[in-house]
Design a protein around this ligand. Structure first.
Ligand SMILES: C[S@@+](CC[C@H](N)C(=O)[O-])C[C@H]1O[C@@H](n2cnc3c(N)ncnc32)[C@H](O)[C@@H]1O
Length: 356
């Protein structure tokens, strides 16, 4: 079909041109907003009167020329207000709730950083599109730090107050039980639970040396929390735990079924498994109305799926979905599977199941 064919929909073409320009601009803005987060500019401007670029740069202790160009991009992108008469800029109160550290789990500039992170592997990814295979974790040197910042918001606001009540295990945790977190990353979940429940014992497992080093430092003052470097597919800890958790740590495994079998074996009969995985359907068309779906499939292609494929793995992808996850849990032997959610983590499903 060409532009001269009668069936060519010119309105559709025009609308798509607008959409494409929006994508180009928004892609550029996402990089600039990530910089606004990292440099602390959004936090520094929050609540301030209209200010010049010199005042803003001076307050944030940054180079004025860069700050001015950044402010121009933010003003043109509708992120920050600009008054041409006074040549001043202001962060609107209506916007700061999504842009500043005080916004906690709502601060969208934290996931925005992933766009820049993924850009670092674009060339390598083009290569594996052609040749197959995947990109291992060492291609993402900043991954653990960013994952830790992303998870921190939801763990700090939701873990003790929203997740523990879902498990109905507050009394057991208070009395003292054994808990494992598999694929613990930088270990914050075990640390927070360890502080809250001093009579229980917590062990975090991850294959990332960076993650375990960070975690061990974090929890050095807690006697009831420890971390071990381990491949989740080769855990050999039979009937040692009452509760096992995984937070976003199954779908990017090379051997997710082996990891689930290991988790099953780790639990005492009657033990509980909390498996937190991205909220998605296994059916593409059921994800298409999800406003975060393009982002999710991008993260999947450029990180979660490719790291799994790098180790010869299944490459489930971020959006492997609740249907397939339920199938995997059932096949492993877990029963009484419930899918829950929490207020401060809208992007994930919380699968709670039992070992009979
Ligand atoms: C998406 S991150 C989640 C980290 C952490 N649970 C959180 O929510 O912040 C997935 C984690 O799984 C770990 N992981 C991936 N494959 C693994 C394997 N085979 N054995 C152990 N850990 C693994 C990664 O190193 C990474 O820390």
């Amino acid at each position: 079909m060409t532009k001269t064919d009668a069936s060519f929909d010119k309105d559709r073409a025009r609308a798509f041109t607008t959409k494409m320009l929006g994508i180009l601009n928004d892609g550029a803005l996402s990089l600039m907003m990530s910089i606004g987060h990292k440099t602390g500019l959004f936090d520094s401007m929050d609540g301030d009167e209209p200010s010049t670029s010199t005042q803003i740069a001076s307050k944030a202790d940054l180079d004025e020329r860069y700050v001015r160009e950044w402010l121009y991009a933010m003003a043109c992108g509708g992120i920050i207000d600009y008054d041409p008469e006074s040549e001043t800029f202001q962060l609107p109160a209506e916007h700061s709730g999504l842009l500043t550290r005080k916004a906690g789990p709502l601060n969208l500039t934290v996931p925005m950083q992933q766009i820049a992170l993924l850009g670092e592997v674009e060339e390598d990814l083009v290569h594996v599109f052609r040749e197959g295979g995947g990109l291992p974790y060492d291609k993402f040197p900043r991954f653990q730090a960013l994952m830790s910042e992303t998870s921190e918001r939801r763990f700090r606001s939701g873990l003790v107050n929203q997740v523990v009540p879902l498990l109905d295990m507050s009394d057991a945790l208070t009395a003292g039980i054994d808990v494992a977190d598999v694929g613990c990353g930088s270990g914050l979940a075990s640390y927070l639970l360890g502080k809250e429940f001093p009579n229980s014992r917590f062990v975090g497992f991850d294959m990332s040396q960076d993650g375990i080093a960070h975690a061990s430092k974090l929890a050095q003052d807690l006697d009831n929390v420890s971390y071990e470097i381990a491949d989740a597919a080769e855990l050999n800890q039979p009937q040692r735990f009452d509760l096992v958790t995984t937070f976003d740590a199954i779908h990017d495994q090379a051997r997710p079924k082996d990891a689930l079998a290991g988790i099953f074996a780790m639990l005492h009969p009657g033990g509980t498994y909390l498996c937190v995985e991205p909220k998605a359907s296994s059916v593409l068309e059921e994800n298409m109305q999800d406003p975060m779906a393009p982002f999710m499939y991008t993260i999947s292609t450029m990180h979660c799926m490719t790291v799994s494929l790098a180790y010869g793995g299944d490459g489930l992808g971020t959006a492997w979905g609740h249907q397939l996850a339920t199938e995997y849990l059932t096949e492993t032997g877990f029963t009484d599977i419930k899918i829950e959610g929490i207020r401060d983590d809208r992007g994930n499903n919380y699968f709670i199941s039992k070992k009979p």
